[in-house]
Design a protein around this ligand. Structure first.
Ligand SMILES: Cc1cc2nc3c(=O)[nH]c(=O)nc-3n(C[C@H](O)[C@H](O)[C@H](O)COP(=O)(O)OP(=O)(O)OC[C@H]3O[C@@H](n4cnc5c(N)ncnc54)[C@H](O)[C@@H]3O)c2cc1C
Length: 121
């Protein structure tokens, strides 16, 4: 949504920025979002502060879903067999670290695309 609040009503988690199960990040978004919303309300940043702190993080994590969906919808039994076999073989393949980085790198980058403020101090 363009905006996650209206007046005194503020949305958090899936209600505001559901990234779809394909992102694998919905729970993180909900927890981080709740932390930032509570912190900004306590700190005087209010709804604008909440959006400012969180918007880029949400966008980065939502973008994972579209990319992941292509790999989640497996078109045939043969393609499924190849994928399962590749996963089994992966620990034994040369260059496995690079392959894992190619798969997990975008997730790590999106998951860390926010520097959380310490609102307690
Ligand atoms: C199949 C599937 C797989 C997923 N896999 C992952 C994953 O691997 N990793 C990940 O991070 N996320 C995953 N997610 C997403 C994750 O579950 C959600 O993003 C996360 O639960 C959102 O939390 P939330 O608190 O915003 O909403 P919810 O967890 O949906 O909580 C909303 C709550 O509000 C309640 N409610 C609704 N209407 C009312 C009402 N009128 N009155 C009172 N209560 C009401 C609901 O019953 C519910 O308990 C997956 C989701 C699905 C569906």
């Amino acid at each position: 949504m363009d905006r996650w609040s209206k007046g005194r009503v503020m949305l958090v988690g899936d209600a505001a920025y559901c990234a779809s199960p394909a992102s694998g990040q919905g729970t993180s978004l909900a927890i981080v979002g709740a932390y930032v919303l509570a912190g900004e309300l306590a700190d005087g940043g209010g709804a604008d502060g909440y959006e400012r702190e969180l918007r880029d993080f949400v966008t980065a994590n939502q973008a994972l879903a579209e990319a992941n969906l292509k790999g989640m919808v497996i078109p045939s039994r043969l393609a499924l067999w190849i994928q399962i076999t590749m996963i089994k073989l992966l620990p034994h393949l040369p260059g496995r670290d690079r392959m894992v980085e190619r798969i997990a790198g975008p997730i790590h980058r999106a998951a860390n695309a926010i520097s959380l403020k310490n609102y307690v101090e």
